[in-house]
Ligand binder design. Structure first.
Ligand SMILES: NC(=O)C1=CN([C@@H]2O[C@H](COP(=O)(O)OP(=O)(O)OC[C@H]3O[C@@H](n4cnc5c(N)ncnc54)[C@H](O)[C@@H]3O)[C@@H](O)[C@H]2O)C=CC1
Ligand SMILES: O=C(O)C(=O)Cc1ccc(O)cc1
Length: 321
């Protein structure tokens, strides 16, 4: 999918944070001419130099205020734990009519931490592209990352619809399907579909690596795809995921409680040899997987084994509603 707009969607886009997500967006914007100019705020000099060397930003600053002063759109692409400090820097720094958006994996805390700092006449449209990998940093990004995946926007009451429409148009030009919902609903859904699976992966890999040395070596040597898939997810950025769990505490604890109950029931079924219970559950879950795969292209960017790969351009239909 490429931008069909005859002109750029924004004059200047400023990124705060140029890691996997920020640099993927910047690459896409550059590739398809979605903005005339890209600026960014990046803390380390090495990364600023790198971003300019790759050519994904026209200007790179250490100071957030300098990076965003001329921007029509500011995209916050840092770990969600940094938002309070970033929000304070945005205060008084933006021009009237500018739009602020973000890509954070949690939405209620972003609204809590950013919105109070924004001046009158600056519009905030929180967002979350449901696309990523276990890699981080500016060299890990690629322009096709968002292709045929969902992006969720959580518009704030009272903000103009035109601001939401502009952010939506940008994500669509990046190849995404966009849907709007309330931030608390987003956080509950993602608590189940993304945050809990990551927590489970971190736990399983942690448990395996706590084994005594000889056993651990064997686990690594003979790891079949099940364990390998978990190690990919458990290689995800520690700062990002620490911040996700601390900022979506309630939804994660709620679903974790239910998960623990279900796990106990399975433990009991195994102990008491209740094969029917195991078989029934495994049959139901197999149906769910088949339903997801049949329903659409949610997995387009991923092989069945969960390894990330580029879109193969097959099957362009929209994922299941
Ligand atoms: N990694 C993934 O698969 C996905 C991540 N997200 C969200 O995107 C955001 C960024 O994640 P990634 O790009 O993966 O991370 P990353 O680690 O690749 O990049 C984060 C960037 O933010 C910068 N940063 C950190 N603290 C900062 C601060 N206090 N002020 C300014 N910049 C700061 C870092 O230097 C780095 O450039 C996170 O909020 C995450 O929840 C959303 C979808 C997928
Ligand atoms: O790499 C994976 O499997 C992911 O699940 C990527 C991902 C991580 C965090 C998000 O908020 C959205 C997507």
């Amino acid at each position: 999918m490429t931008n069909t707009a005859s002109q750029p969607l924004f004059e200047t886009v400023a990124f705060i944070g140029m890691g996997l997500i920020g640099s993927s967006m910047a690459r896409r914007i550059k590739r398809d001419g979605l903005a005339n100019k890209i600026t960014c705020a990046v803390r380390s000099e090495k990364t600023r130099d790198r971003v300019l060397e790759i050519g994904i930003a026209d200007e790179a600053y250490c100071d957030i205020k300098e990076a965003v002063g001329d921007a029509d759109l500011v995209m916050i692409c840092a770990p969600v734990g940094a938002n309070e400090a970033i929000g304070a820097q945005l205060s008084g720094a933006l021009k009237k009519g500018a739009i602020v958006s973000d890509v954070g994996s949690v939405k209620q805390s972003v609204i809590r931490d950013i919105a109070p700092h924004l001046d009158e006449g600056v519009h905030f449209v929180p967002g979350h592209p449901l696309a990523g990998t276990e890699h981080s940093g500016p060299d890990s990004g690629f322009p096709e990352l968002f292709e045929e995946r969902w992006c969720i926007l959580t518009p704030i009451a009272g903000e103009p619809e035109t601001a939401t429409a502009k952010v939506k148009a940008l994500w669509e030009a990046c190849g995404m399907f966009v849907e709007c919902m309330d931030a608390d609903h987003h956080d509950r859904i993602l608590g189940i579909t993304s945050h809990l699976p990551h927590l489970i992966a971190y736990t399983i890999v942690g448990t395996a690596t706590d084994l005594e040395d000889a056993l651990r070596q064997e686990v690594i040597k003979f790891s079949a795809t099940g364990f390998r898939d978990f190690t990919r997810i458990a290689a995800s950025d520690p700062t990002m995921w620490r911040d996700v769990f601390l900022n979506n505490r309630e939804a994660v604890l709620e679903v974790l409680g239910r998960f623990q109950e279900d796990l106990m029931a399975l433990q009991r079924a195994i102990r008491w040899g209740e094969g029917d219970k195991l078989f029934d559950l495994f049959t139901r879950t197999r149906e769910i997987r088949r339903g997801i795969v049949d329903a659409g292209q949610y997995f387009t960017n991923f092989s069945a084994e969960g390894e990330n790969r580029q879109s193969d351009e097959k099957g362009k239909k929209k994922p299941a509603e």
